[in-house]
Design a protein around this ligand. Structure first.
Ligand SMILES: Nc1nc2c(ncn2[C@@H]2O[C@H](COP(=O)(O)OP(=O)(O)O)[C@@H](O)[C@H]2O)c(=O)[nH]1
Ligand SMILES: [Mg+2]
Length: 299
């Protein structure tokens, strides 16, 4: 996560190097937060709150207040689901634990699925992948290639087939083979956004009816470099599928990082994972304190 300090929000450290907390300070702080993708509403609210709490305080005390505000914002959203984590792994009973993975085209869904499945396997969980992105043949092949590499079965049909039927097949196979975790890949691009949302809603209903309690998670993959646009994406997917957590992919790129605050504050969806590269091991649980400290620390 050290990379995040290179982004726009890295300018925060410079602001806190000032000696005087004056009007210029507050203006510069708000501008930096907005440029760093924290979002207009959240940035304005933070500055207002900090101003109210900061009288007579010096820059380092204000920095501490901001730090605590940022961490609290990231830690507050409560998960609706129980996305398994390395230290506290839970698998739904009866298995499989079903993770429906959604997001726009190119966000990093398929890659993140492979990384997550690999991490689950390393912890002794069996995984199965479902190629419910049937929109392009290449999308199915991409998932199959990952499946071969990590030695996880991939349930697929041919291009153009009903994604709900693929999800259904995968659940049936997952239940009968007693698989711990089924990850369902979905399409990110259809002719219209409305078709896409309707299709995701349908996949969700198929999953719900085939395996009560499922999907246990709906993981929205967001490209961290997509900026404020990601916020409206998150809102739409959330309405269509009931997103329970976010995986922020490509945090290693030119991401400004501030989008995580906007998503947590405005939508109340917790960020659970960050993707930091294209290889299998390039995924980590999101650590709010470490993330904020990397942005604000001055060493
Ligand atoms: N640098 C970087 N690239 C990533 C990351 N996750 C995915 N990618 C790349 O982003 C591109 C799109 O990923 P893909 O998983 O196919 O996206 P999808 O369309 O949402 O399934 C691929 O070239 C991936 O290698 C990440 O965390 N960091
Ligand atoms: Mg894909």
């Amino acid at each position: 996560m050290a990379n995040t300090r290179r982004g726009q929000l890295g300018a925060l450290r410079r602001i806190f190097a000032r000696t005087r907390i004056d009007e210029d300070f507050w203006e510069e702080l708000e501008e930096t937060l907005i440029l760093g993708d924290v979002g207009g509403a959240t940035s304005a609210r933070w500055v207002e709150e900090l101003r109210a709490e900061s009288s007579g305080k010096d820059a380092s005390a204000v920095r501490k207040l901001l730090r605590d505000r940022m961490v609290a914002g990231l830690e507050r959203p409560s998960a609706n689901g129980s996305l398994w984590d390395r230290h506290n792994g839970t698998v739904a009973q009866p298995p499989p634990h079903v993770v429906l993975v959604v997001g726009v085209n190119g966000a990093g869904k398929t890659t993140s699925i492979a990384k997550l499945a690999h991490a689950y396997q390393e912890d002794g969980k069996s995984t199965m992948l479902a190629a419910a992105d049937t929109f392009r043949a290449a999308a199915i092949e991409q998932l199959q290639t990952w499946g071969e590499r990590i030695n996880a079965p991939v349930i697929a049909q041919q291009q153009g087939s009903d994604p709900g039927a693929v999800a259904y097949d995968a659940l049936e196979a997952g239940i009968s083979r007693n698989v711990d975790i089924v990850l369902i890949d979905t399409a990110g691009r259809l002719q219209t956004q409305r078709n896409l949302m309707a299709e995701l809603g349908k996949i969700r209903r198929v999953v719900e009816s085939k395996h009560p309690g499922a999907p246990h998670e709906v993981l929205l993959v967001i490209d961290a470099t997509s900026g404020q646009n990601a916020l409206s994406q998150a809102r739409q997917f959330s309405q269509a599928t009931g997103v329970t957590a976010v995986c922020l992919a490509k945090l290693d790129g030119t991401s400004k990082g501030g989008i995580v605050f906007a998503i947590a504050e405005e939508l109340g969806i917790p960020v659970r994972f960050v993707g930091t590269g294209e290889r299998l091991g390039d995924i980590a649980p999101f650590d709010a304190e470490a993330f904020v400290d990397a942005l604000l620390s001055d060493d």
